[in-house]
Design a protein around this ligand. Sequence first.
Ligand code: ZN
Length: 421
Amino acid sequence: MSELLQRTDRLWSGEASTTQAEYHPFSGPRLLEELAPGIAFFKAFVNVTAVKTAEGLVLVDTGSFHPAAHKLSFDAVRHWNGERVHTAVYTHGHVDHAYGLPPFLAEARERRWQPPRIVGHANVLPRMQRYVRTAGYNSIINTRQFGFETQWPVEFQAPTEVYADALEFSLGGTRFQLHHAKGETDDHTWVFLPETKTLCTGDLFIWAAPNAGNPQKVQRYAVEWAAALRNMAALRPELLLPGHGLPIAGAARVQAALLDTAAYLESLVEQTLERLNAGATLYEILEEVRPPPALEAKPYLRPVYDEPEFIVRNLWRCFGGWHSGVPSELKPAPRRALARELAALAGGIERLLERGRALLAAGDARLAAHLVDWAADAEPASREVHAARAAVYRALKEGAASTMSRGIYGAAARESETKAQ
Ligand SMILES: [Zn+2]
């Protein structure tokens, strides 16, 4: 039996969890397996699906931008099959999915093959162009999000063929049905192969609470995302190949994964809208909205990458403006002026630090973080302040389950550890 599907079984039964490093959707084995006749799935940080047809291979996603990463996916595919890549489909323009073609293109040049046709949604190219304009920012936030140095790529292979809503093509007797949906991005494609009832979801399913809230990135679309998951489920897929994480086999499991994820998003949307329409502020909504516990407990909906709290913030931004509803935040005083005012009221920076340490010791690192940030805003050069701040953010990082929180808290801890020396 497939090693990957055995791992899926362990997650499904509760014997393993995505909260374990080895089962986190972005880690785990780098392994290619043929999961249906002619359909190979490469599981790594990001997944690649390769489909063998009588006219050559079709890739769904291409691997990551980093040369070491896309060499891995290239080698895995080539170990399985040596035929020409006829078509590559980008599920979306993220750099871990749509920037892995260079070794396939080099191979095509060497072997004098026609280069692959590249198919993607019409919004992929504008995204790639935006990434060139924001390469500095994206290098910074990706380094922060994942905790290792990233140099954002500025070279890309644009789609050679784009579509708007849906596109179907047939290659060597295999049909590929491409559907556009907004969700994690505005340029997503999910792919259905009707003969084998195989579904490639892109990042619309990733074995984690949906990445619909990412704190450092552009707008995500939870409403359309949920609808897309229901559209996928209506086709009764029997094999789900996600953008990250393990494959899911069997119609019943695939239905559960898709429909539970849709219901999870819909619940957050409804709860947020109800409060938004009743005049609640952003902070009131953040305090009250929670995913249904039965759904949050599903093995594929744990908040190990993004978090529901961040999804609510993105819904606030999607339905409204950026104003939080707290009037002093419309045109806030400079952080340093506010911080010095609070320090003076408290009786000095030391009092802020003291209280921060006490809150940390009492287990409320989240509240302590405000105090140490004010202390750092008031006295940015103080080693003592940064030592206290580092301890708070180290604790927040250790206590966080999601990649996003661990990344941002970890970066703050490292920053203050450096400044405390
Ligand atoms: Zn991804």
